[in-house]
Write a protein of this length. Structure first.
Length: 169
């Protein structure tokens, strides 16, 4: 098991929040369909009860996936990417019923996918060595600011004479 980093906590929190929003949307769709902007005839694919079951169940799975992200395992990461991507598509289909909330959740899903793909250290590094554990984030800075290994001083050659330039004055 890997130690958690900032991206893992961030993505875990976002997945739990999105899951909770989906659960609330699902419960609202099942018990108070009059809350939504569109009537059932304008919904894509399902009626409100169907959307309620789908979003509520999907929300529970997203909460579990968010907590599984903290394990740092590759399966949890891939599972989170798939869940966030499919959730964005489901919210796109539910957009007519709750435009603002669906748009916000789609934006959060995109941030989750980014966090699970771009903001993650490589699993190929030696994870026990504290110097290399987070080196993926410091590599560019280190490469730009570290001095190169000591190089030998320039040699004097007979063709070029002394390395110092003399000025005529």
């Amino acid at each position: 098991m890997r130690s958690s980093n900032g991206w893992q906590y961030f993505v875990c929190t976002l997945l739990v929040v999105i899951g909770a929003i989906n659960i609330i949307q699902g419960l609202t769709a099942m018990f108070t369909p009059a809350f939504f902007l569109a009537d059932e005839s304008r919904l894509l694919m399902l009626e409100y009860e169907g959307w309620g079951l789908l979003l509520g169940g999907w929300g529970v799975v997203m909460v579990v996936a968010g907590l599984a992200i903290l394990s740092g395992s590759a399966w949890a990461r891939i599972f989170g990417i798939v869940l966030a991507s499919v959730n964005a598509l489901a919210q796109l289909a539910f957009l007519i019923a709750m435009p603002l909330w669906s748009a916000i959740v789609i934006a959060i899903d995109i941030v989750v996918v980014y966090g699970l793909t771009a903001g993650w250290p490589s699993a190929t590094r030696d994870e026990e060595d504290p110097e290399t554990r987070n080196s993926a984030y410091r590599a560019g800075y280190r490469a730009a600011h570290e001095r190169p290994a000591s190089t030998p001083p320039p040699t004097r050659s007979p063709e070029h004479g002394d390395q110092r330039r003399r000025t005529n004055g």
